[in-house]
Design a protein around this ligand. Sequence first.
Ligand SMILES: [Fe+2]
Ligand SMILES: [Fe+2]
Length: 265
Amino acid sequence: MELKILCIGDIVGAPGRKVLQEGLPVLVSKHGIDCVIVNAENAAAGSGLTDQLYQKIIKCGVHLITMGDHIYRRKEIYSVLDKETNIVRPVNLPSAAPGRELAIYQTPAGNEVAVLSVLGRLFMKTLADDPFAAVDRVLASLPKSVKIVVVDIHAEATSEKQALGWHLDGRVSVVFGTHTHVPTADERILPKGTAYITDLGMSGPYDSVLGRDKDRVIGTMRTAVPSPFDVATGDPRLCGIIVSVETTTGLARSIERVRFDGTVE
Ligand SMILES: [Fe+2]
Ligand SMILES: [Fe+2]
């Protein structure tokens, strides 16, 4: 049996949420998607997530949510992290950090899809533990019945993302990268059966610098004078991958990049 998972990159602000709302039903029906996973660390005005926006994203048809280094930026999310079972925090944060390390979605056909998220350490400000050891620890605790596992490596360095992909090859279904907001063209099935891509790309306004107003960013880069990096509006796109997984082994059969272009009024 085959199961299709749609993984969508960092939702950035209102343009990202709008393109998710418009694009998700189209992609789900066109490709026969069974499970939708999104990274929502930039959903609230470009940084963090709130209770209200969490509800809206789930209503769009999302089954599992990952976050990243901006996870605790908005305090409104803490109660969601405490009580909801479909959103995860990075596994290599301190053990007392709010949120769960693993979330499992059961499809209507009875297949379980587990997701976990991990932060990279290279060029990242968050003080995180060894991502390799942290993922290994959580995988060892996984119920044996769960065959399909998706890992979000939220990291700056392409090298660290690739290294984690190789480390997990054959042990998980999918390793996708987030955080850098730019889609990479290196999607492939690794030799032992794990689908891999270095970055899904953000879902948000591409007429921007990584989702932020480009004139503000250019100004600050040229003058060293700080300015608020508001979320941009133009050229919203939804970016991600669709992975087909064999349900008995949990290994990937195919991976393809997808993109949905929308407009913001
Ligand atoms: Fe991030
Ligand atoms: Fe991000």
